[in-house]
Write a protein that binds this ligand. Structure first.
Ligand code: NAD
Length: 338
């Protein structure tokens, strides 16, 4: 069996710990991976003076697939976000963030099954900001027809392929008539090409309230970059928190799989963080690599360990550490492989 070449970016904060748990779990599925280990974030700054060395981009361009841990972005001064730079450099225009209830995860809700599709390269994340002197600054929101069209197409194609029933475009076109107005206009047009998928529109503030009150009414949420970022954390909150929500950044040819959560610096090095989100991101990665049986087994292993409730981290009501939970998932994946 040929090994799949995959770039591994452990990241910083809790990244390295959850990455070793995820790597052990992936190994237990029996899928052969030739890992190309590269560093981004704090560790890279210490060694090469930049948080995103060229070697990272070269590796991902070669392997076409990466598994990535979170990377800290300093607030205010300091380097630009590695995550945003990576998504822009590799044109990873679609950010897919499924948030589904997992039996056994403590949560106020049951049966939530949402997918946030977030445009990943434009909007206020384009990084066009400037100071207007000591007392003012401005940031430019960029929305293009091309960017809106490809993310809308991505959302509807995903919905069709996965048998989902509805796409809801999230916007604030009542206020941002030109930018969000264009996003919405394009979404409406693309929707007409997918008549079997229901299409709805929601203003982002109303969307937040609706998701908290009746998440079961929604399915795939099609969002510009910033609303998608915020709503995906909200959706994580509906299914038990950031510790359990995976993600994928997808372009035409390259895919980077990473959890929704950040580097949780307060837990770094404490063997405390939940490895589930990165392991579920690995499930998405295995499916992307065509390893569907391994993906199913690893998903089942995660669910089984969480349902049993013995080897789970603090956020899931347990006392296990990252390593113990990762090992339990690896053992279960190994057992399911038979
Ligand atoms: P965060 O996601 O790191 O943490 C938010 C909360 O969730 C904290 O209470 C944290 O302890 C908890 N949490 C997060 N992941 C967890 C896990 N696996 N297990 C258990 N609890 C978990 O968000 P933040 O504190 O706003 O950001 C910290 C840093 O991460 C910032 O520098 C931010 O820019 C960066 N960040 C990076 C990414 C990424 O690399 N893709 C994404 C979001 C934030």
């Amino acid at each position: 069996m040929n090994a799949h070449a995959v770039t591994c970016i452990p990241g910083d904060g809790i990244g390295p710990e959850i990455m070793s748990a995820a790597r052990a779990a992936i190994a237990a599925t029996g899928v052969a991976i030739a890992w190309d280990d590269v560093e981004a974030g704090a560790a890279a700054v210490e060694k090469s003076g930049t948080p995103l060395p060229q070697a990272v981009l070269t590796s991902v361009r070669r392997t076409k697939v990466a598994l990535k841990g979170p990377v800290t972005t300093p607030i205010g001064s300091g380097f630009r976000s590695v995550n945003v730079a990576l998504r822009q450099e590799l044109d990873l225009y679609a950010n897919l963030r499924p948030a589904a209830s997992i039996p056994g995860v403590p949560s106020r809700y049951e049966g939530v099954d949402l997918v946030v599709v977030r445009e990943n390269t434009e909007d206020l994340y384009a990084g066009v900001e400037r100071s207007l002197g000591p007392d003012a600054a401005e940031s430019i929101k960029i929305i293009t027809r091309k960017g809106s069209d490809r993310i809308a197409r991505f959302a509807f194609t995903y919905a069709r392929r996965e048998g989902r029933r509805k796409v809801t475009a999230v916007h604030k076109a009542n206020i941002m008539k030109l930018t969000d107005g264009l996003f919405l206009e394009v979404a409406r047009k693309v929707a007409q090409e997918f008549p079997e998928i229901a299409f709805e529109e929601r203003i982002v503030d109303n969307m937040c309230m609706q998701l908290v009150q009746k998440p079961e009414l929604y399915d795939v949420l099609l969002c510009p970059n910033l609303y998608g970022d915020i709503l995906s954390d909200l959706c994580a909150g509906l299914v038990g928190g950031l510790g359990v929500v995976p993600g994928a950044n997808l372009g035409e040819t390259v895919a980077v799989f990473e959890p929704v959560h950040g580097s949780a610096p307060k837990y770094a090095g404490l063997d405390k963080a939940d490895p589930t989100a990165l392991i579920l991101s690995s499930v998405l990665m295995l499916a992307h690599l065509g390893e569907h049986e391994a993906a199913r087994n690893l998903f089942a292993a995660v669910r089984s360990v969480i349902a049993t409730g013995k080897n789970v981290t603090y956020d899931l009501g347990g006392t296990a550490g990252t390593r113990q939970m990762g090992q339990a998932i690896a053992d279960e994946a190994d057992r399911l492989r038979g």
